[in-house]
Design a protein around this ligand. Structure first.
Ligand code: SME
Length: 159
């Protein structure tokens, strides 16, 4: 079981580091997003795959952006398909404590037990999302949601 207070402390520290990454001069947006993926995967013990998906222009599909973790075959996801595709349509966070309980789910790896997807809004428009897979069952709390919302909000400022 994850310790709530320890997690809060960890998230506060990571938030400062994310802000620093986003302020790095002379760096492409994708390099910054890659650094954020690496930071989260390396520091949150139950984040085993961290990536960004973005809407592909005006098409109703998501394209994989920077990620940290095992490569995935699912580099394009149609709107409505899987957890990611559902978030592209709902504009809502989607917390999946147990992926086995989901019918509309795209498996990327057999080790994954849970997932959280939080949309990224720029000027009120859902342009993509951060997607986290975990090999732990039911690890995500509201603190993860607030943390990932914060990160996406900070990222929205560089778009
Ligand atoms: N599981 C996701 C697909 C993306 S992988 O987790 C990297 C889904 O159901 O949309």
């Amino acid at each position: 079981m994850v310790n709530f207070d320890e997690n809060l402390f960890m998230f506060e520290k990571l938030k400062l580091q994310v802000t620093d990454i986003l302020k790095t001069p002379h760096q492409e947006t994708n390099q910054k997003l890659q650094a954020i993926c690496n930071l989260l995967k390396d520091n949150v013990p139950y984040y085993d795959w961290v990536g960004f998906y973005f809407r592909n222009g005006n098409k109703e599909e998501l394209i994989l952006g920077p990620y940290a973790g095992a490569p995935t075959d699912h580099t394009t996801i149609p709107f409505g398909k899987g957890i990611c595709g559902q978030v592209a349509v709902s504009n809502q966070n989607f917390v999946v404590p147990d992926v086995k309980a989901q019918d509309n789910y795209i498996a990327c790896s057999i080790t994954v037990k849970s997932e959280i997807v939080v949309p990224l809004f720029v000027n009120g428009e859902n342009i993509g999302q951060i997607d986290i897979d975990s090999n732990t069952i039911n690890p995500f709390s509201e603190e993860d949601e607030r943390f990932l919302e914060y990160i996406n909000h900070e990222i929205s400022n560089i778009y």
